[in-house]
Design a protein around this ligand. Structure first.
Ligand code: PMP
Length: 417
């Protein structure tokens, strides 16, 4: 998303009223007020097509996959593997076997840490993450680094929420094995310079994992063009169901990695003497997966793929600019995270007020925002604050939602005195 000025009115090709009608929950009320849903960073709402797909699957197609000769098992298997193809096409993976189903971003990162990390990290090796990471992209690495006696280094950042790229360069050594950073920060909205990060890490001989949990709701990506070695994301943040996510990986890496969970589906042949493992992607998918989750995620991707990408990104940019300037006019409100390149996420605090109190008063007015540390405690420590109030926008939000947020904050500020 570049920072070129876009017209302050949304693109005429982006019919926000029609889009909002596709999301049934957006027409409900909360606390006697129309719902203003600005907690998309935590989870997004689902279009009718996803809800219908889930309903249809359980009504007409439910069976376990990969193991049955009967009709329904074959229908379910086909639907699940078709979903994998849809997801692979969406991120432009060279082959669908490089697209592994997981429970979400968290499990995808844990998979790499457990499988790749246990195999490749040796005492004295190094890993790099950044100050603004979600706990899901810190703790799995801390655990494996402790186990393998490897060192975890942290890229520092500036007060406006941008990574210090010179310092990053200085952290890279011949012992750096992997750099794992957020494509987009969930708390600050910063879009990190991932192409530069990948180029510098690769030059140093290190691999790169991108945590794309907050990127894909706002932009399309092409894993081949990006050149990341691993890319992780969650279905529920891209308008699909909870409990499903994706790990994309370069084929030779995934091929060389040992399985990290044992069970059904991931085997080729089991005897008590010796077990051999299945090929990709099944080697990493032990047990009955979230079948309807994968199928529902593909339905969500079909929905977003049909949208005019340029229009939806311009619309979100308009929301970000409109909200940023309106919030800046509120006395005592400070925005946390003002990077030049941002997705439509705004964290803020009201001077002297705890974020929970502000969030509670907003909820009473029907405005759903997230408050707290957003699973980024080291980032909160960096700023020396307990948390923030975070408004995170999706393409189905409108300028009217921003107006409602601003009015609700003004009223909350008055009430809190
Ligand atoms: N990384 C980032 C940047 C996130 O925003 C989140 C979710 N808040 C996660 C990882 C974890 O995602 P999940 O809980 O879906 O596994």
């Amino acid at each position: 998303m570049n920072q070129a000025t876009v017209p302050m009115e949304s693109s005429v090709t982006f019919d926000i009223d029609r889009i909002r009608r596709d999301f049934p929950i957006l027409s409900r009320e909360v606390n006697g007020r129309p719902l203003v849903y600005l907690d998309n960073g935590a989870t997004s709402q689902k279009p009718r097509s996803v809800i219908d797909t889930i309903d249809r699957y359980y009504t007409d197609e439910n069976a376990n996959i990969h193991r049955g000769v009967h009709h329904l098992s074959q229908v379910a298997t086909q639907a699940y593997e078709d979903a994998r193809e849809t997801i692979a096409r969406w991120i432009n993976a060279p082959a669908s076997r490089q697209v592994l189903f997981t429970r979400g971003t968290t499990e995808a990162i844990n998979l790499v840490a457990s499988s790749w990390g246990r195999d490749v990290l040796f005492p004295g090796d190094e890993m790099v993450v950044s100050t603004m990471e979600h706990h899901s992209n810190i703790v799995p690495w801390q655990m494996i680094c402790e186990e393998r006696c490897a060192k975890l280094k942290v890229i520092p950042m500036s007060g406006n929420g941008e990574l210090d790229m010179d310092a990053f360069e200085g952290l890279l050594t011949e012992r750096t094995r992997l750099v794992s950073v957020a494509h987009v920060s969930n708390t600050l909205g910063t879009i990190n310079p991932v192409r530069e990060i990948i180029a510098r890490a690769h030059e140093a001989g290190a691999l790169v994992l991108l945590d794309g949990a907050q990127a894909l709701p706002h932009m399309r990506i092409d894993v081949q063009e990006l050149g990341a070695d691993f890319y992780a994301f969650s279905g529920h943040k891209v308008f699909g169901p909870t409990g499903v996510g994706i790990l994309y990986g370069r084929e030779e890496l995934l091929d060389s990695m040992p399985p990290y969970q044992g069970g059904g589906d991931m085997i080729e042949k089991v005897t008590f003497e010796r077990t051999t493992y299945n090929t990709l992607p099944h080697k990493f998918e032990a047990g009955t997966p979230n079948i309807v989750g994968g199928i529902g995620l593909a339905a969500a991707i079909d929905y977003v793929s049909a949208m005019d990408q340029a229009a939806f990104m311009a619309h979100e940019k308009d929301l970000l600019d409109y909200a940023t300037s309106a919030l800046c006019d509120i006395p005592g409100l400070g925005i946390v995270g003002t990077a030049a390149d941002k997705a439509s996420v705004i964290s803020f605090n009201l001077e002297g007020q705890h974020p929970f109190d502000v969030g509670t008063l907003l909820d009473q007015q029907g405005v759903a925002v997230r408050t707290g540390h957003h699973c980024t405690q080291p980032l909160m420590d960096y700023y020396g604050i307990p948390g923030t109030v975070r408004a995170s926008f999706a393409f189905y939000n409108s300028r009217a939602d921003v107006d409602a947020l601003v009015n609700a904050i003004r009223r909350a500020a008055d009430m809190l005195g």
